[in-house]
Ligand binder design. Structure first.
Ligand SMILES: Cc1cc2nc3c(=O)[nH]c(=O)nc-3n(C[C@H](O)[C@H](O)[C@H](O)COP(=O)(O)O)c2cc1C
Length: 212
């Protein structure tokens, strides 16, 4: 089976911007080729636990004697890594929460990022190297880390650092700006920019889903 792994982490239920974009991406990707399926992991509905020992960040040979790894925790970590490793592509709904990523998404990434196993170097590609990943990141306001007055996005750069910088995955990020324009009076003046940003994101995602 060829499958897309679709990961959601929004807690906004029917108000979520990322959930319908992830679902639309998955539908387009599934219809774009034969024998395609979608595996859905909802980190808000079914969070993975936090890492309970540093041992889970290192391969067995690098663990310290006191780092007792619970076999069940190791099995879950392996399942999560293999779920990504077997995927043809991954799409992640990654809302900005407090300038950063949802803690549920962080916990999932913490499981995936294992030194020497999923990390990549030029001569030693990791287990997830080269897999395409699309990160859909709605945020209430708009950020531009190249502009000191609008800096403050620790969501997309953090995810890119882990998945692309360290693990060598092929990451494309699609931010959606000003999603709070219909909720916060102070952001209402950006309603048109919000609509434009959503339309541009939807179009980019559609094109990418067809190309993958
Ligand atoms: C817990 C929480 C924290 C948030 N923190 C920020 C923030 O730091 N900056 C921002 O621009 N928007 C923030 N927002 C707004 C969300 O980024 C925005 O609603 C976005 O659309 C969430 O993605 P979703 O619609 O898929 O749930 C926050 C929302 C929540 C619920």
């Amino acid at each position: 089976m060829t499958y897309l792994l679709a990961v959601d982490s929004s807690i906004s239920g029917p108000d979520s911007v990322s959930r319908p974009l992830v679902a639309e991406f998955a539908d387009i990707w599934r219809a774009a080729g034969p024998d395609r399926d979608v595996v859905h992991r909802d980190l808000a509905a079914a969070p993975v636990p936090h890492l309970t020992t540093a041992g889970l960040h290192y391969p067995e040979a690098m663990r310290r004697p006191h780092e007792n790894v619970d076999p069940a925790a190791a099995a879950l970590q392996n399942e999560l890594i293999e779920e990504v490793a077997q995927a043809a592509a991954v799409v992640i709904g990654a809302p900005m929460y407090n300038w950063s990523l949802p803690s549920t998404l962080k916990a999932w990434l913490d499981h995936l990022h294992v030194l020497g196993i999923t990390t990549s170097s030029d001569d030693a590609p990791g287990r997830l190297h080269g897999i395409p990943v699309v990160v859909v990141s709605p945020r209430g306001l708009a950020y531009d880390n190249d502009d000191p007055d609008r800096a403050g996005d620790y969501t997309v750069p953090t995810i890119e650092k882990i998945l692309a910088g360290s693990m060598g995955m092929d990451v494309t990020s699609v931010p959606v700006d000003f999603t709070l324009a219909d909720r916060l009076p102070a952001v209402a003046e950006h309603a048109a920019a919000a609509a434009d940003s959503l339309a541009a994101a939807s179009e980019r995602l559609r094109e990418y889903a067809l190309r993958l």
